[in-house]
Design a protein around this ligand. Structure first.
Ligand SMILES: O=C(O)C1=N[C@H](C(=O)O)C[C@H](O)C1
Length: 296
């Protein structure tokens, strides 16, 4: 799709980090295709496949490629960003090379998890991955999952790389978010659903939000209002979405989200261990909070 150096790489708007439906322990490609098709008609910018919400950590490489292919077939007109994580640089680079030529709008890459490198080590990590790939790279700043925060100066240094084009911001540091927006070289996407309003109101380019699997058109409209600077209307659109977000993150994501999608008959309520379903004693309350009617 986009060349890595293309100035037109654009990550603005609302991206859905797709869940990966399972049935009897295997990826349910029929459910995935139907979900992608349905969401593609709502005005979203595109999909993130094999992100944290997609339980990528529990998918092997063949499964990830098959998921990517299914989404591409189901919604060919929408761009796809692929999630990619690891902590072994050599293996990660081999995977990046394997993904080259797969028609990706971008790669979404977090810091290596568990090992907590220095900031210089992070510059090496992201630089090597950006050099090895052909797609633009979005840095995924999510210290509560990886164990390491990517500091502002590190992000500004990474912005000098022609292939590093954006950030999925779960950093929880609004001063850093503002500095990146002011710098302007990286497109800043809210990665924390509850921070979406603030990030977009500050001038962020978009959002990657699991909650937007539900009430997708309302989220799309919220982003349009914020992009147009229609703040009062945006506030009114945002208020009813907040309880939805809170409910969806009341258990580890994507447990509540899969429960809600399953209740609507869109897939099985099945996750891969160690991710778990919302327990039956909390399910009714969750679905009521989400306003989802359980289909028998
Ligand atoms: O899959 C993602 O990408 C997202 N991950 C966040 C998480 O780590 O749970 C949440 C966000 O909505 C999307």
């Amino acid at each position: 799709m986009q060349d890595s150096h293309s100035p037109s790489a654009d990550f603005s708007g609302l991206w859905i980090p797709l869940v990966t439906p399972f049935r009897d322990h295997a990826v349910d490609h029929a459910a995935l295709a139907a979900l992608a098709e349905q969401l593609a008609a709502t005005g979203i910018a595109g999909f993130v496949v094999c992100g944290s919400t997609g339980e990528a950590a529990a998918l092997d490489e063949d499964e990830q490629l098959a998921v990517l292919a299914t989404v591409a077939r189901a919604a060919p007109s929408l761009p796809r960003i692929m999630g990619l994580s690891g902590y072994h640089l050599g293996k990660t680079l081999a995977w990046v090379r394997k993904l080259a030529g797969r028609d990706l709008a971008g790669l979404l890459v977090p810091a290596p998890n568990y090992i907590r490198p220095s900031q210089a080590g992070l510059v090496e990590w992201f630089g090597a991955i950006a050099d090895a790939g052909t797609a633009p790279l979005l840095v995924y700043d999510i210290p509560y999952r990886t164990g390491i925060a990517i500091e502002r100066e590190t992000l500004l240094a990474l912005a000098a790389h022609p292939r590093i084009r954006g950030i999925k911001d779960c950093g929880g540091d609004m001063a850093k978010t503002r500095a990146l927006i002011a710098d302007g070289r990286l497109q800043v996407l809210a990665g924390e659903d509850a921070q979406m309003f603030a990030t977009l109101a500050e001038g962020g380019a978009g959002a990657i939000a699991a909650s937007a699997h539900l009430r997708t058109e309302s989220f799309v409209q919220l982003l349009r209002l914020l992009a147009a600077g229609r703040l009062a209307e945006a506030r009114a659109a945002w208020r009813p979405l907040l309880p939805l977000i809170e409910a969806l993150f009341s258990d580890p994501n994507p447990g509540p989200l899969k429960a809600a999608l399953a209740a609507q008959g869109l897939m099985q309520d099945e996750l891969r261990s160690p991710m778990t379903r919302v327990p039956p004693e909390r399910l009714g309350r969750l679905l009521a909070a989400l306003g989802v009617v359980n289909r028998p």
